[in-house]
Design a protein around this ligand. Structure first.
Ligand SMILES: NC(=O)c1ccc[n+]([C@@H]2O[C@H](COP(=O)([O-])OP(=O)(O)OC[C@H]3O[C@@H](n4cnc5c(N)ncnc54)[C@H](O)[C@@H]3O)[C@@H](O)[C@H]2O)c1
Length: 426
């Protein structure tokens, strides 16, 4: 494994932890188009909180001429002498849930400008089967003038990390790998195996590896949609869904999913990638899209349940005060992308309520920028007509929530973490 120099394009939730890990063994140049991101990383700080500052600072270098370590840059020249290019840029959907491949095309154009004979380009972004070979490789060939699988090679290795999860960090998660030829597959696999302590699984083709990732998240989405449907049914019947799940969960093969809001950059998005490709092949996915429909409507459902409970207590809705606990898409992490807490908030506001959002993790600046909403990091002191716990941040477990409620106030627990002493839970 001599003479390896790695460029990682896209230093976000996925790219930075991977760059840090490879930097413990190889020279790595982290490349990102976002100047602000490069500036903060060069100062040794990661605002996504995925890599702790002292760990980041331990590998940071101030020049690309290195034996091991991480140099961060937005200059093409700094990645020109690399021989492995790993692409970890975003793969979002548009307002009609169609895949946006622009960041992948752009990153491929960038790599194509510096691609040399013998280089290998590995994609990690979550995609539908075929994106690497049918969409990205043509861009690399066109931009570089080189020929695929003769002059340069490719691989696909999906990322499985989970933002905010300090236990399942990148090196501790078994990694699926693949290559554009059997030999390249072995090379790509060996590269990852040299740093991933949990081991690797070499998939037979790039398309298999792409499909494996997109179905992992689709399976999760569908399972959560099923328990969300159960929650709607049992709420109508006056049965506590969490009690039902606890009882059913005593069977050895009952899957332990919980109802909730499904947001973020992955589970709420990736099934649309698979669905889109299936439709291009003339198949209309029923289960996958039914799962998406169910999960995408849960924010509205939660808010209407809260309003119903308030009406039952004779609380005047218009002008009432509601505290929403948490706006990130998941617990104990600052990621607010595609968060469905926003659906709860917008729907509550549509009834004329005044909503206060408390989140000790979210960046107020980012929330303002993305959702035009104000979020506070100061624990509220006034009393509210309703409190809706939307995210299971540890801090909320330590709060005396009832002391923040007016005498008839409603406490609604979307995450089911407050046990029984609540007025409603999903
Ligand atoms: N966030 C997760 O937990 C997670 C887990 C598994 C897989 N994924 C997948 O990994 C991919 C990346 O996700 P993420 O969460 O790290 O995204 P992110 O938004 O946190 O980071 C992406 C980075 O790429 C940069 N970028 C965008 N276009 C670029 C370009 N042309 N050249 C160089 N840099 C560019 C952005 O500035 C940003 O810093 C996505 O496909 C996502 O679905 C994410």
């Amino acid at each position: 494994m001599n003479d390896i120099k790695i460029a990682i394009l896209g230093l976000g939730y996925v790219g930075l932890p991977l760059a840090r890990l490879f930097a413990t063994k190889y020279p790595v140049v982290g490349f990102d188009i976002n100047q602000e991101r490069i500036d903060e990383l060069r100062k040794g700080h990661d605002s996504t909180l995925e890599v702790e500052d002292d760990i980041l600072q331990g590998v940071l270098k101030d020049s690309p001429k290195i034996e091991t370590g991480l140099f961060c840059s937005n200059q093409l020249a700094d990645i020109a002498d690399c021989n492995y290019y790993i692409v970890t840029v975003p793969t979002p959907v548009d307002s009609t849930n169609r895949p946006i491949l622009t960041p992948l095309y752009k990153a491929s154009e960038t790599v194509g400008q510096v691609l040399k004979k013998g280089d290998t380009v590995i994609y990690e972004s979550t995609v539908y089967p075929g994106v690497t070979e049918d969409e990205c490789i043509p861009v690399l060939e066109k931009q570089s003038g080189l020929i695929y699988n003769k002059d340069f090679f490719a691989g696909y290795s999906p990322e499985r990390i989970n933002p905010g999860d300090k236990e399942h960090t990148v090196e501790k998660i078994l990694k699926v790998t693949s290559g554009s030829t059997p030999e390249v597959g072995k090379k790509v696999d060996a590269l990852y195996a040299s740093v991933i302590t949990a081991g690797t699984h070499l998939a037979p083709t790039i398309k298999v590896a792409e499909a494996a990732k997109v179905i992992e998240n689709s399976q999760r989405d569908i399972n959560i949609a099923f328990v969300n449907e159960l929650a709607k049914i049992f709420n109508l019947m006056g049965i506590d869904t969490h009690d039902v799940l606890e009882a059913a969960g005593t069977k050895w093969n009952f899957l332990p999913f919980k109802p909730g809001l499904v947001g973020g950059h992955c589970i709420g998005v990736d099934p649309y990638y698979l669905a889109q490709k299936a439709q291009e092949f003339g198949y209309h996915p029923e289960i996958i899209l039914a799962g998406r429909r169910m999960n995408d409507t849960m924010g509205k459902y939660v808010s209407s349940e809260v309003i119903k409970l308030m009406v039952q207590r004779d609380i005047k809705i218009k002008g009432s005060s509601i505290l929403v606990l948490g706006i990130t898409f998941k617990e104990n992490c600052p990621d607010v992308r595609n968060t469905k807490a926003v659906d709860v908030i917008n729907n509550l506001k549509s009834y004329g309520t005044n909503v206060t959002i408390y989140d000790p993790w979210a960046s107020a600046k980012q929330v303002e920028h993305e959702y035009q909403m104000k979020v506070t990091k100061d624990v509220p002191t006034e009393k509210f007509d309703a409190i809706v716990l939307t995210v299971a941040h540890n801090e909320f477990l330590e709060m005396e929530l009832k002391s923040l409620l007016k005498p008839e106030g409603i406490l609604y627990d979307v995450k089911g973490i407050l046990k029984k002493d609540v007025d409603g839970r999903l």
